[in-house]
Design a protein around this ligand. Structure first.
Ligand SMILES: Cc1cc2nc3c(=O)[nH]c(=O)nc-3n(C[C@H](O)[C@H](O)[C@H](O)COP(=O)(O)OP(=O)(O)OC[C@H]3O[C@@H](n4cnc5c(N)ncnc54)[C@H](O)[C@@H]3O)c2cc1C
Length: 461
């Protein structure tokens, strides 16, 4: 580092309330880690911001010193776009403050909060908005890509519940965006990823949810997977918006409600949540128990926040992850055959293939109503390649790519931007479809120099 840079860094340290972390600092190694252990990048400095004004200083520092810039929310993105080599990371992980307006049913939350932070603040009042299924995910990245989870069939994508955002733009200005203030920016933020600025605060609409709801798992052997999937397809087509049922195919983890002899054997799990009266939910889910001969089930009334965290133990940070994803409008038998074949050759016991059933309220807005365009997607499939040892990288990646190819003929062609890996820059146009050109125009207006480029990048028109 030259003397000039050292002086500049001293000035930056003097002007921010948060922390500036350099490679020589003890905290650097942990600060540069993200959820996916395959990502190993070494930024020149990490600014752990405490305030919106810190973010402004960091943005101006990046521009003034022509440094690559990355923005970190929850650090979960599979592509590792929260971090960069040799540049500056704007790390929002300390900015998590939330405030709830119970009467107006609104939550305001800072850009470094996790889903767990959000749920804790809102469920204290029996309120919620649709988020994802792993509570350590960042609100920011999830929302900016679209966001969906157990409440989405009833209340829409996370972006469909966004009321406004506070954004630090590439010009270093703090602006607000909503349906009436800078509507173009607001449109782009709802799905356009981190391309348009640093979102320091989100305002969401809330709904009465729980706090106790019917949720859980029903598990069948892999030998029954095709029949289960076929019945699931018929069932979900008629299910009310309140009911979400996802399917997960993998080797059975050592869950206490499964007999020991099936641990490590192939299985298909139906994971469900009923966002309504649990008594009605019990009646509705009865057919799910009759798709075959279940290996076990764990379904009951429990806090919504517990279900929001139920998958956390399987999705801990620190593993090596390589994902592939497709959207589907319908599920065809040929797809089921391909899934079952590839579950038969899993490269590691941590790998899985899941189908998240969205549809319902996520499918009702027009594709052009926000940057996220996939209103035709009834199912989002994710191939979770996941293992511990770098020596398994090649085998694991090959498995994920091969299954991705085998399932492509049945897919809709669209893909959820938040599930793209680092080597899928060529799929960004598929992630935005007909909305790409408008996004590129808005990018030119708010970030003509492409300062925010460490992401699934939309190039300024
Ligand atoms: C285990 C796991 C489970 C998941 N489950 C779901 C799910 O159920 N539903 C779903 O919709 N998605 C899910 N996802 C995908 C998730 O939405 C994305 O990985 C998302 O990008 C994570 O957001 P983050 O803030 O944690 O990530 P980060 O890696 O911090 O950021 C992701 C991207 O957003 C940008 N960004 C982050 N914060 C800001 C900000 N404040 N302002 C501007 N740009 C910012 C970053 O620069 C980066 O490009 C899951 C991911 C994982 C790893």
């Amino acid at each position: 580092m030259t003397t000039l840079q050292a002086t500049k860094i001293k000035d930056l340290k003097g002007s921010v309330k948060g922390e500036v972390i350099l490679p020589i600092d003890d905290s650097y190694e942990s600060a540069r880690k993200v959820w996916n252990a395959m990502i190993d990048k070494r930024p020149a400095l990490i600014v752990r911001c405490a305030t919106t004004s810190d973010v402004v200083h960091a943005v101006n520092f990046a521009k003034g010193n022509l440094l690559p810039l990355a923005v970190r929310g929850g650090g979960h993105n599979i592509a590792g776009s929260a971090i960069c080599d040799d540049g500056i990371v704007i790390d929002l992980s300390q900015m998590k403050a939330a405030s709830i307006d119970i009467g107006a049913r609104r939550a305001t939350i800072e850009g470094g909060a996790t889903l767990a932070d959000f749920d804790a603040a809102t469920q204290a009042h029996g309120l919620a908005t649709p988020l994802g299924i792993n509570s350590t995910t960042g609100i920011a990245g999830l929302t900016l890509g679209g966001g969906f989870g157990w409440l989405s069939r009833k209340y829409g994508m996370t972006i469909d519940n966004l009321e406004s955002a506070e954004v630090v733009t590439a010009a270093g200005e703090v602006v607000r965006a909503s349906a009436t203030v800078r509507p173009d920016l607001f449109w782009a933020l709802r799905g356009g990823g981190g391309n348009f600025g640093v979102v320091t605060r989100f305002e969401f609409r809330l709904h009465p949810v729980g706090p106790d709801l019917l949720s859980g798992l029903i598990v069948y052997p892999i030998a029954e997977a095709k029949a289960v999937l076929q019945q699931y397809r018929e069932f979900i087509a008629k299910a009310p918006d309140e009911l979400s049922v996802w399917t997960v195919l993998r080797l059975a983890p050592p869950l206490p409600f499964l007999p020991e002899k099936v641990h490590g054997q192939g299985m298909i799990a139906l994971a469900l949540l009923y966002a309504g009266d649990p008594v009605q939910g019990q009646a509705l889910i009865e057919p799910l128990r009759k798709f075959g001969t279940p290996l076990g089930e764990h379904v009951g009334v429990q806090p919504y926040t517990a279900w929001q965290q139920a998958f956390d133990p399987l999705l801990t940070p620190g593993a090596r992850n390589y994902w592939k994803s497709h959207n589907f409008s319908v599920l065809k038998d040929g797809l089921f055959d391909a899934v079952i074949e590839y579950i038969g050759k899993l490269p590691s016991p941590q790998c899985e293939i899941f189908f998240g059933a969205i549809g319902g309220a996520t499918a009702r807005p027009a594709p052009g109503s926000a940057a996220y365009p996939h209103r035709d997607a009834q199912f989002v499939m994710n191939v979770h390649g996941r293992w511990a040892d770098p020596a398994d990288d090649e085998r694991g990646i090959r498995w994920a790519r091969d299954f991705f190819k085998a399932s492509a003929p049945f897919a809709s062609g669209g893909v959820y931007v938040n599930f793209l890996t680092a080597d899928e820059g060529d799929r960004v146009s598929a992630a935005y479809g007909q909305n790409y050109d408008r996004l590129a125009q808005i990018k030119r207006k708010y970030d003509p120099e492409n300062l925010f480029s460490t992401n699934q990048n939309i190039k300024p028109a």
